[in-house]
Design a protein around this ligand. Structure first.
Ligand SMILES: [Zn+2]
Ligand SMILES: [Zn+2]
Length: 224
């Protein structure tokens, strides 16, 4: 199958123009909510002159860097819902390409996608982060390992919980099976809100010796 045939002909967002190789027309591409404001390098929240934010200084996350292609806002929020819940898998290609425009994949040894609990994987039929990680890995020549970490706690979806309870919900959620001594790792996830899931995942890979852990996201929410 030709790659182009995976995409609908019309732009995903306005359906007025042709979508082109990303599935989104050039006018709509210009209007997307790119996460390009001055933000904290560690957690991606807005900060003055790209300095570390007060929250990261007060309580340092287990991940070292965060890169988000977008701020979590319309229409990215809507396209993400279509990708995750309506199984529009061709969108993995769009998101991976848009993320690659911003990512600096050099110096990364291994990509680990956010694992889903086996029950949730069965419900959804695919892991949205793994599909994107695969494409990024292939394009940037970095190994993707989706087996290194398992999600062992079938906890309620983070989005269903009050912000304050999310860290507790993720406690002990992951177990890392492999020795990651000295490796520089990128974690791929769709959205970071409080950072609780990514922090728990970063903690699990650092416990196995990872030297550096960064988060690669489609979108960052600005509320914390
Ligand atoms: Zn358009
Ligand atoms: Zn921060």
């Amino acid at each position: 199958m030709f790659k182009a045939s995976l995409f609908p002909q019309a732009c995903l967002l306005c359906s007025a123009s042709k979508g082109g190789s990303l599935g989104v027309c050039s006018d709509c591409l210009c209007d997307l909510p790119y996460h390009d404001q001055s933000s904290c390098p560690q957690c991606g929240l807005p900060s003055f002159e790209r300095q570390h934010c007060g929250s990261c200084l007060a309580s340092t996350p287990d991940f070292d860097l965060t890169t988000a292609a977008f701020t979590y806002a319309y229409p990215i929020s809507q396209v993400l819902q279509q990708y995750k819940y309506q199984q529009q898998l061709f969108l993995a290609e769009t998101f991976a390409n848009l993320m690659l425009q911003k990512l600096k994949p050099h110096n990364i040894d291994l990509i680990i996608p956010m694992p889903l609990h086996p029950n949730r994987l069965q419900e959804r039929g695919f892991n949205q982060s793994l599909e994107i990680a695969r494409i990024i890995g292939k394009r940037s020549n970095i190994v993707v390992n989706s087996q290194a970490v398992a999600r062992i706690k079938h906890s309620p979806p983070q989005a269903s919980l009050p912000l304050k309870e999310r860290a507790r919900n993720m406690k002990g959620a992951f177990i890392c099976h492999e020795d990651l001594s000295g490796l520089r790792i990128a974690l791929v996830d769709d959205v970071m809100t409080t950072g609780a899931s990514l922090n728990a995942l970063a903690k699990a890979v650092k416990a196995k010796g990872a030297a550096h852990v960064e988060c690669w996201l489609i979108a960052r929410t600005l509320a914390k």
